[in-house]
Design a protein around this ligand. Structure first.
Ligand SMILES: NC(=O)C1=CN([C@@H]2O[C@H](COP(=O)(O)OP(=O)(O)OC[C@H]3O[C@@H](n4cnc5c(N)ncnc54)[C@H](O)[C@@H]3O)[C@@H](O)[C@H]2O)C=CC1
Ligand SMILES: C[C@H](O)[C@@H]1OC(=O)[C@H](O)[C@@H]1O
Length: 254
């Protein structure tokens, strides 16, 4: 069953990791896909090629989501190439692990600008396009289990993930009248570039895996199904919701 047949899906930060898995997952479900990426030309081109090999159309648009102009450019170029925007997935994010007491101002501000400000500009631009089209749509934000719990070296990061989750809740109210649904996925720890250094220590990796009821850390593809589901009409009465995708880590107190 193809859940996104005939839809056009836009995803930020999708040359690698969770975004790329979501882009391929959407294409497998029949969608044409536009990806935004920061600077990895070859990885973006290979994502486009993988989608085209599935028989779908794809484009890659370079841009830094922290720049408000990137959002308008991404949406405009996606519409030029693919005709419309049915689904927007806000995925781009950074997590430069650092201690709280000596957090550099630039690290704090960059994390806020990419993860939260970037999400705001992108969601707003995608929503405006959906409103112009007049046929509703679906927005899915990649928040995190970190919207609900803290991290010693993530004091700049976890508020951005709580903020993205909150943005989806408020946007669900603002956009419901236009038939636009807004939801979040809350991944647990997924093995990607963002945490490669943090999880390089095998002892830490094993400790993290040990508290997951399903017995393993996540992989990018674990997010593809939940994102496609929330984007699809199977979730037509779901808005303002947050779906933990963490192998059960959050509920495992003892
Ligand atoms: N890996 C994990 O354990 C978890 C990741 N997440 C979130 O998932 C999202 C994707 O991260 P991952 O796939 O894990 O890591 P990743 O590092 O593989 O992917 C992040 C992507 O965002 C892009 N990006 C970074 N800054 C950007 C900017 N200014 N403009 C455009 N693109 C930019 C990167 O180039 C990269 O492709 C992030 O929002 C992250 O916070 C949430 C929970 C857990
Ligand atoms: C990057 C981290 O490993 C990852 O990011 C999140 O949002 C998760 O909570 C993990 O801490």
């Amino acid at each position: 069953m193809q859940l996104l047949e005939g839809k056009t899906v836009l995803i930020t930060g999708a040359s690698a990791g969770i975004g790329r898995a979501a882009a391929i997952g959407a294409a497998r479900h029949g969608a044409d896909v536009a990806i935004n990426y920061l600077r990895e030309d070859a990885a973006a081109a290979s994502c486009v090629a993988e989608i085209e090999a599935l028989g779908r159309r794809a484009i890659a648009v370079k841009g830094d989501v922290s720049d408000p102009a990137t959002a308008a450019d991404f949406v405009a170029r996606a519409v030029d190439a693919l005709g419309r925007v049915d689904v927007f997935v806000n995925n781009a994010g950074i997590c430069p692990f650092h201690a709280f007491l000596d957090m550099p101002v630039e690290t704090f501000e960059r994390t806020m600008r990419v993860n939260l400000h970037g999400a705001y500009y992108m969601v707003q631009a995608a929503a405006n396009q959906m409103v112009r089209q007049g046929q509703g749509g679906a927005i899915v934000a990649v928040s995190s289990i970190s919207a609900l719990v803290g991290g010693e070296f993530q004091t700049h990061y976890t508020p951005t993930k709580a903020g993205v989750h909150s943005l989806m809740q408020s946007a669900a109210i603002a956009l419901g009248k236009h038939g636009i649904r807004c939801n979040s996925v809350l991944p647990g720890t997924i093995l990607t570039e963002i945490n490669r250094d943090d999880l390089a220590d095998p002892a830490k990796r094993e400790r993290m895996a040990a508290r997951i009821p399903l017995g393993r850390l996540g992989e990018p593809d674990d997010l593809a199904g939940p994102i496609v589901f929330l984007a699809s009409d199977l979730a037509r009465y779901v808005t303002g919701a947050a779906l933990l995708v963490d192998g059960g880590a959050f509920v495992n107190l003892q």
